[in-house]
Design a protein around this ligand. Structure first.
Ligand SMILES: Cc1cc2nc3c(=O)[nH]c(=O)nc-3n(C[C@H](O)[C@H](O)[C@H](O)COP(=O)(O)OP(=O)(O)OC[C@H]3O[C@@H](n4cnc5c(N)ncnc54)[C@H](O)[C@@H]3O)c2cc1C
Length: 454
């Protein structure tokens, strides 16, 4: 017991040290038993889970109306996508829903202390770096960029197009001879500290009465009924009655009866959904972990302070990291080259082969960079179309799903949490209509494609 306490205290200290300027606890280790009953059990205490919890409390009609529990299996968040992400937010998407989600989230982040401030606690400082994303397009893809730009402008995003000459003038360090067009975010884009956002949601939600529970959801009890479709097909429908929560250092699980479950288990949300009627493949949530590497490089004569979050048309991205000539960079592997997801080991050869050549091509100063660090994280990867899945599961009628956001879930979390709360408590979307991101497309296997996937 003493060992465990020492371990927890050292983990807390490390996490505190990792958060410069933050004086409040970045994680609350709570090994108390969960309540026997709750209205809503949220599985997954990442940014999406805590955002849903916060919005449920904000939208309930009286303080005691909705009893919400968030269950998180790893209070250190050692593998959570949220804390391993690149922290970026942009409006430069090709799908209206994605543009709107990020626009709404940007407004939320701008006024973060109005939303997530807690009386007598330190204000939230997201360490937001205001800096546009800069997408580069080749000759073949320039018309797509123009179409995306038109849609983004119609949706209210402040984005501009740059010709190669304008690009050279604005960012003289970029090689432009093979660039046909660029689009650049003028407002509401940049990057911020994901830990701080996660903890701000968590702190506020707990202050509003949400119960935080450390434990792993290992299964569900559920009822099954049959329904006949208009085509005469017999379909099994399930309803979760109890969530089984395995407590740390215990072989027993704690049953939590509930009315609704929210599957916010990130990269594990496919696995979690499969715990209900595992033999029933029709209800698959097509989300799985996909490993992505982020490399930290040092380059004193690199582009410097004025570096945007640059997305090259090769798929390689980079942005500034701090002020000391450091940058982070990465790219997604090709479909046939997806690395093993058994661990979060970094493949350093991948940088040499797939990242550095494009970096050095685009910014000649990057020829002289040095890799100083790296990490890997899991995308909550939706194998159908790499977009979020938001809505009620078609066969588990009281399971809401909010996952599959692939590389853009951090920035969408504030607006997605609100959307789930609207759906659950108000019976339909009130702000952004996310029906297109629901299960209909999954059931029909009709991808809703986003052309600006990073
Ligand atoms: C390298 C990288 C870069 C990224 N860059 C960006 C970016 O720039 N901008 C952006 O918007 N997004 C980015 N993303 C994506 C973003 O991080 C994710 O989409 C988002 O964080 C998902 O949040 P989440 O809460 O769903 O998942 P998570 O943060 O993974 O949280 C899910 C939680 O569920 C818990 N859990 C799982 N199963 C169980 C269970 N059975 N019982 C209890 N708990 C469980 C896990 O422990 C985990 O903590 C990036 C991701 C990666 C990996």
């Amino acid at each position: 017991m003493k060992d465990l306490e020492d371990q927890l205290s050292s983990m807390k200290q490390k996490a505190m040290d990792a958060l410069p300027g933050s004086s409040w606890m970045p994680m609350q280790i709570n090994s108390a038993l969960p309540p026997e009953r709750a209205d809503v059990v949220i599985v997954g205490g990442g940014v999406v889970g805590w955002s849903v919890a916060y919005w449920l409390k904000m939208k309930q009609r009286s303080r005691e109306e909705v009893k919400v529990v968030v269950v998180e299996k790893d209070p250190t968040y050692s593998q959570a996508s949220t804390v391993l992400s690149a922290g970026g937010i942009r409006q430069q998407f090709s799908l209206a829903e994605n543009i709107l989600l990020s626009l709404h989230s940007a407004q939320f982040l701008k006024n973060i202390n109005e939303h997530l401030g807690v009386l007598n606690e330190e204000p939230v400082d997201l360490q937001f770096n205001h800096s546009g994303y800069l997408f580069l397009a080749s000759d073949e893809a320039a018309h797509v960029m123009e179409e995306n730009y038109a849609l983004q402008r119609r949706a209210g995003a402040k984005v501009t197009l740059l010709s190669p000459a304008q690009l050279r003038q604005r960012f003289p360090w970029i090689r432009t001879d093979d660039v046909a067009l660029a689009s650049y975010g003028l407002e509401n884009e940049g990057w911020f500290d994901p830990w701080t956002l996660l903890n701000a949601f968590k702190r506020k939600a707990i202050s509003l009465g949400v119960v935080s529970c450390s434990g792993e959801v290992t299964g569900f009890q559920y009822n099954t009924n049959h329904m006949w479709t208009p085509d005469g097909e017999k379909v099994k429908l399930h309803r979760v009655t109890t969530v089984k929560v395995q407590m740390p250092n215990s072989l027993e699980y704690q049953p939590v009866e509930c009315a609704v479950v929210v599957n916010a288990a990130g990269a594990s949300s496919g696995k979690l959904a499969a715990m209900v009627a595992p033999e029933d493949t029709a209800g698959t949530v097509p989300v799985e972990p996909r490993k992505r590497y982020v490399y930290v490089v040092h380059c004193p004569d690199g582009p410097g302070l004025d570096t945007p979050f640059l997305i090259d048309y090769s798929g390689v991205y980079f942005r500034r990291e701090g002020l000391g000539g450091n940058y982070i960079a990465g790219t997604s592997p090709l479909e046939g080259e997806e690395p093993d997801t058994a661990d979060l080991e970094v493949d350093h050869q991948f940088f040499q082969d797939r990242v550095w050549p494009s970096l050095a091509h685009r910014v000649p100063a990057f020829e002289r960079l040095k890799v100083t660090g790296a990490w890997a994280g899991f995308y909550d990867y939706n194998t159908l179309d790499q977009n979020g899945i938001v809505g009620v599961h078609p066969l588990v009628t009281n399971m809401y799903v909010a996952s599959g956001f692939s590389g853009h879930g951090l920035q969408q979390a504030p607006a997605v949490g609100r959307a789930v709360a609207e759906l659950m408590l108000q019976g339909g979307y009130q702000t952004i209509d996310l029906s297109e991101l629901g299960f209909r497309r999954i059931v029909r296997q009709e991808p809703v494609l986003e052309r600006n996937i990073v």
